[in-house]
Design a protein around this ligand. Structure first.
Ligand SMILES: Cc1cc2nc3c(=O)[nH]c(=O)nc-3n(C[C@H](O)[C@H](O)[C@H](O)COP(=O)(O)O)c2cc1C
Length: 674
């Protein structure tokens, strides 16, 4: 495909598509994504600024949502189109989305039994049946026929308000375990009237909503539905049933079907790094094979190559880019212009988005310090460029260097290692963490783009600083493993978690890990996975029936080492994020990792671990012992810089060991303040 004399690499991605009568400039849709930028259900500048950037970055379609239709389905903190008075604020939003060249779409939302009672001013959540809900930890009230009529009408009148507010299209949510999926699922719908029991009865509620919304909007207005491709909940609907629902939706009047994964309470990961990229595109294809309206694919569609492949191979007609557009709203423009290596990565870490929203906090992004702060964190060109020396090429130093260069400063980066990346190399080693390497890809591209000199294998000391005489120094020296005061820990046989993750040495059969925090558990998984089947070999053996499925399962999880973790606290993984902890714990269990809690290690001698547990002293012999007891800041230069009178800023782990977020945001903010 040639555009203005240039070859476009992703010709399907950047070809237009028509939904009903609406032309959309490309196949990229930003899906509904709760942000919590207000707690009163109203739009504000933070929302406007956020959406202006998401629309200006080149996506063809931008969805605002969730937007509530009924108080019992969304409470008071979610945006709403429950009343006419909500329309003007949305008019402002649709105008700015459209001014940026995108189509404005809205997702109408009702949580049903997923509503949290504390957000409903003491009122009871409603659902098809009064069945305890694992997600909201509440038992909803069974909807009466009047409730059903009222909610259907609420969808229709909110849709009309959306049209009046200037939206180009409306989407109804029928995914993730919310109200409509509750009607469809035999697990949640125990009704004996015309809305429960048979397939026809369970699908009656969404069918009536679609018909009613369609009647209100008129035939020429785009209408879509977002559906679960498979609920991924035992006893609920699977991808055998979902194409039948899709056919009903199409017949009832939708113009587009947006297919995502399963319910929030599913024990199959839906969003985190463990979910392989584009893993659920097959669910979109399953629906596409059943209907003739355009279908959108979702979940972990990360790179332009992947998005293009989904379209080219016929999985779907459009792709949803959710978190990747939080991380980099300019993903579409950069892909279009052949600058994909400059895309800031979404590594599906869940920290700034899912973990935040599930704790009732606003969304941010570890990779993009500006996400959610578009109005205030702007890089402005400096009028007085400074010579900046950045000491340390880990995430904090790299982010500071790139931001300062973008502001017009003259930057040089130094690191004593032989490559950039610092601790990212350690963090990306455990299973399912390779996505973190994307940061190295990104920073390499940016160092290159801004022609920032990088001095590797260079120890920065006072002499070098004096020689270079910079105007300002960013000190990003990072951290080093913490060695706890345990007798015998300095035995050279005892390995640090960093050495294991970075050098991947040969270990013995029985392996002890001292420390059951996030790093200890990740190392445990890394060690336990040694010697297990690779995905490719699993695929091969499975395809040829070379081993039984039971044996293959064993080979996937039983490796070369048996791992025991010692944690002195009552629970391991206290510092692991909420939305990923259960996945990590389940993985450790599958790999047979034993975790001894309340176990304080007192000494190590010739690979024998001595520990106190439940008031008893015990000992256990291992073949390898690994210490994973956190890290401590490294600050070698501050004193010298103060003495020399050179202004400096410390960033990242060298202030205090923290998460990647602290490093990247800290580096960015430090560069803005130079
Ligand atoms: C913080 C957060 C909030 C979300 N809120 C919604 C929502 O309200 N409605 C919805 O249909 N999907 C919601 N999603 C799912 C996203 O639309 C999207 O399907 C998901 O993030 C997977 O796509 P991605 O990997 O491109 O981000 C949410 C996801 C996240 C991370």
């Amino acid at each position: 495909m040639i555009h203005k004399g240039r070859i476009i690499m992703y010709k399907y991605l950047f070809s237009p598509v028509t939904i009903n009568n609406l032309q959309i400039k490309n196949r990229i849709a930003y899906p509904a994504l709760g942000l919590l930028y207000s707690y009163d259900g109203n739009l504000n500048d933070r929302y406007y600024n956020y959406f202006r950037e998401r629309s200006g970055g080149g996506a063809g379609l931008v969805t605002v949502g969730p937007v509530g239709v009924d108080f019992l389905g969304s409470g008071s903190i979610i945006l709403s189109l429950r009343a006419d008075e909500n329309i003007p604020a949305f008019q402002k939003l649709t105008s700015l989305i459209k001014d940026e060249g995108a189509r404005a779409w809205v997702q109408l939302f009702h949580a049903g039994g997923y509503s949290f009672p504390f957000l409903l001013d003491g009122k009871e959540p409603i659902a098809p049946s009064s069945v305890f809900n694992q997600y909201s930890k509440a038992t909803p009230r069974e909807m009466t026929l009047e409730d059903i009529e009222r909610v259907e009408e609420a969808f229709a009148s909110a849709a009309l308000r959306a049209k009046e507010a200037g939206f180009d299209g409306v989407e109804i949510i029928a995914s993730a375990g919310y109200l409509i999926t509750q009607f469809l699922s035999p697990l949640r719908n125990k009704r004996t009237d015309e809305y429960g029991g048979s397939f026809e009865n369970r699908v009656r509620f969404p069918r009536e909503i679609i018909q009613r919304v369609r009647a209100r909007l008129g035939s020429g207005f785009p209408l879509g539905i977002r559906m679960a491709g498979n609920d991924f909940v035992p006893g609920s609907n699977t991808d055998a049933e979902t194409p039948k629902f899709a056919r009903v939706y199409e017949e009832a009047g939708v113009d587009v079907i947006n297919v995502t994964g399963g319910w929030h309470e599913s024990r199959v990961p839906q969003l985190p790094m463990d979910l392989p990229r584009s893993a659920y595109a097959y669910l979109a294809m399953n629906i596409k094979n059943a209907v003739s309206v355009p279908v959108m694919a979702s979940n972990r569609i990360s790179t332009p190559e992947m998005a293009e492949k989904i379209l080219r191979d016929g999985y779907a007609d459009m792709v949803n880019l959710g978190r990747v557009l939080i991380a980099d709203p300019e993903w579409p423009i950069k892909a279009f212009e052949g600058r994909a290596n400059e895309i800031r990565p979404c590594v599906a870490c869940s920290q700034g988005c899912t973990d935040q929203i599930f704790s009732g906090q606003p969304v941010y992004c570890i990779a993009n310090p500006r996400a959610g702060f578009e109005g205030e964190r702007n890089i402005e060109k400096t009028g007085s460029p400074k010579r900046l020396m950045v000491v340390g090429a880990g995430a904090a130093g790299l982010e500071a260097a790139v931001t300062a260069a973008q502001a017009g400063h003259m930057v040089e980066v130094y690191d004593r290692a032989d490559d950039i990346g610092g601790q990212i190399w350690v963090a990306c080693a455990p299973p399912h963490k390779q996505e973190l390497l994307e940061f190295i890809r990104y920073y390499r591209a940016m160092l290159n783009k801004y022609a920032i000199p990088v001095h590797l294998n260079t120890e920065v000391n006072a002499e070098l600083i004096r020689e270079e005489a910079p105007d300002h120094v960013i000190v990003a020296e990072g951290a080093e493993p913490l060695v706890p005061p345990i007798k015998g820990i300095d035995d050279p046989q005892v390995l640090s978690s960093w050495t294991v993750l970075r050098d991947n040495p040969l270990l013995g059969k029985e392996v002890a890990i001292i420390g059951g925090g996030a790093v200890g558990l990740e190392v445990a998984l890394f060690v336990a996975a040694k010697g297990t089947l690779s995905p490719e070999i699993l695929h091969f053996l499975f395809a040829y029936d070379a081993e039984t499925p039971e044996r293959l399962r064993e080979l996937m999880f039983q490796g070369a080492c048996r791992v025991t973790v010692f944690e002195m606290l009552p629970k391991a993984g206290g510092d692991v994020g909420k939305s990923t902890k259960w996945i990590l714990m389940a993985n450790l269990k599958r790999h047979g990792v034993r975790i001894k809690t309340n176990a304080r290690v007192t000494a190590i001698n010739n690979n024998t671990v001595f520990f106190d547990k439940d008031g008893h002293s015990e000992e256990q012999k291992f073949d390898s012992v690994i210490i994973a007891s956190g890290s401590r800041s490294v600050q070698r230069l501050s004193e010298a810089l103060t003495e020399m009178g050179i202004p400096y800023t410390t960033v990242g782990d060298c202030i205090q060991p923290g998460k990647l977020n602290d490093a990247i945001h800290g580096g960015f903010l430090a560069a803005l303040r130079i």
